[in-house]
Design a binder for this molecule. Structure first.
Ligand code: MV4
Length: 499
């Protein structure tokens, strides 16, 4: 089945990423946009763009009928969901199929079986893939709770069966807290996921988050593309990801990769997916969950494998066999991604929407900027704050870190606040450089970041004012006298600033 036109059911940098892959393959792309996204980059870049309603996601980017309606009306033959929004919604995948559209993602049954975290744990257990000790069924009302919890051991976590990504997770340190925590967890899960089912897992101390990228075609072939380490997180939002993981060696990679492929196969998985593991201090790994989508951090895998994951998604969705065998996959060098969010990390990471009055993204050798930003663009307040992803490659981890430091220093955003200063601080930190990616690394080093708080805020305000002043046609750089021969020699010029 040939794909000739793809409706991109998303916004932001991932919509741009998918549009680029389509263009390279000679496939037409169709953007959709809410009222506040009229001038968004994905709209400017797509071959066609159609409005789908008000800013609230429920009335636009989550409105299955509208999206399928636009896809049919414009003659698209396939739909790419990106990540977030409807990417892991089995009903959306079914609605696409029912309308004769190819869903560029896994079959609805695979989305469903991995959507239930207990069902996913059962699949892993059946394959003898290690799982975190815990329950394999949602807790029934009459579960012998204390006995089950005692067997698992404290501290333990109550997790939402239909949750994932740590959302709605609740820590229980001792039996005295158990009953109250369970009630709270159930009502939180019901509120957040429309399903109050929860299960128990032992809480691993200071684990690392390592995930394996898999590709599966419609002909039963599954390969893995190595791992990503995503241990630098804040409230279950990843800040920095890298590949390969500093804690995984070739033998461990082979075992984790093989486990990930077996899980994908058992789930009837097709397309790109990610199998998540926790790794403990003794480097034992435990299956956590499977993400049935293209992930935000997919570029670091692309950088070390040379494989274009979106291109492979399009090929797989068209029914083509994988263009690679496991033996064709070679990991080369190291890649790091920093997520640049429109947030004020010094004021409790509060969103920082507004107009970007000045922008100079980092470029140069082995630097990639996957971004939705441009100068003059207004970041709306209705959506996720992810603005851009800065990705670098280096011959080894140390080189990649140096390159990331350089690129972050080059990256200038004026008019809104971003997470760039915190990212630069983390990348410069000795623990990050040593690969000691503890779960509490961020908490430990944020106090040091906080000391630059006021200075950085006022610099951003001054920069925004100056940029606006310049935009209005005023000159901000004083009329300089012609440079003296001395100035040419020293490189110092009146009115020029080094940073
Ligand atoms: C855990 C855990 C400890 N024990 N599960 C799940 C989703 C991810 N966003 C965080 N998750 C965790 N699940 C068990 N049984 C600790 C975390 C966790 C974490 C894991 C790796 C790296 C950073 C983390 C930050 C917070 C919580």
């Amino acid at each position: 089945m040939k794909i000739t036109k793809v409706l991109v059911a998303n916004r932001g940098e991932i919509a741009v990423r998918v549009i680029r892959a389509c263009r390279e393959q000679g496939i037409a792309s169709v953007a959709v946009f809410s009222e506040v996204d009229r001038e968004a980059l994905h709209v400017l870049m797509a071959d066609e763009a159609y409005p789908i309603g008000p800013p609230a996601p429920a009335e636009s980017y989550l409105a299955i009928d509208k999206l399928v309606g636009v896809a049919k009306a414009c003659g698209a033959d396939a739909v790419h969901p990106g990540y977030g929004f409807l990417a892991e919604n089995a009903a959306f995948a079914e609605a696409c199929a029912a309308a004769g559209l190819v869903f560029i993602g896994p079959p609805p049954e695979a989305i469903r079986s991995m959507g239930s975290k207990t069902a996913a744990r059962q699949i892993a257990r059946k394959l003898n893939v290690p799982t975190v000790p815990g329950t394999f069924e949602p807790l029934a009302e009459d579960t012998a709770l204390r006995a089950a919890a005692r067997e698992i051991g404290y501290p333990l976590l109550i997790k939402a069966t239909m949750g994932g990504g740590g959302k709605g997770m609740r820590l229980v340190r001792a039996e005295t807290e158990l009953e109250a925590a369970l009630g709270l967890a159930r009502s939180e899960a019901a509120w957040a996921f429309g399903d109050g089912a929860v299960y128990l897992e032992r809480c691993l101390a200071d684990p690392r988050h390592v995930e394996v990228q898999v590709l599966a075609d419609a002909h039963g072939r599954v390969i893995h593309l190595g791992e990503r380490e995503c241990s630098i997180q804040r409230r279950h939002q990843k800040l920095i990801e890298e590949s390969p993981s500093p804690c995984v060696d070739a033998a461990m990679r082979e075992r984790m990769g093989e486990a990930a492929c077996r899980i994908a196969k058992a789930a009837g998985y097709v397309n790109a997916g990610t199998v998540e593991f926790l790794v403990d201090a003794d480097r034992r790994f435990y299956f956590l969950e499977m993400n049935t989508r293209l992930q935000v951090e997919h570029p670091v895998t692309e950088m070390v494998t040379g494989i274009d994951l979106v291109r492979e998604q399009l090929r797989i969705a068209a029914g083509e066999p994988l263009g690679y065998t496991q033996a064709d996959v070679h990991l080369r060098g190291a890649s790091i991604e920093c997520r640049i969010n429109a947030e004020d990390p010094f004021t409790d990471w509060r969103p920082s929407p507004g107009t970007i009055t000045g922008l100079r993204a980092a470029t140069g050798p082995w630097v990639r900027d996957d971004s939705a930003a441009y100068e003059g663009y207004t970041v709306p307040r209705f959506y996720d704050t992810l603005l851009a992803k800065l990705i670098v490659w280096g011959a080894d981890r140390a080189a990649a870190i140096q390159r990331m430091s350089r690129a972050l220093a080059e990256y200038k955003v004026v008019g809104i606040l971003t997470t760039i200063p915190v990212l630069a601080h983390i990348v410069a930190h000795e623990d990050f450089r040593a690969g000691n990616l503890s779960t509490e690394l961020l908490d430990r080093i944020m106090p040091a970041v906080a000391t630059v708080k006021d200075g950085s805020r006022s610099i951003a305000v001054i920069a925004a004012v100056l940029a606006e002043y310049e935009r209005l046609g005023h000159r901000t750089i004083a009329e300089a006298p012609p440079p003296t021969p001395d100035a040419w020699r020293t490189g110092r010029h009146p009115g020029w600033r080094s940073r």
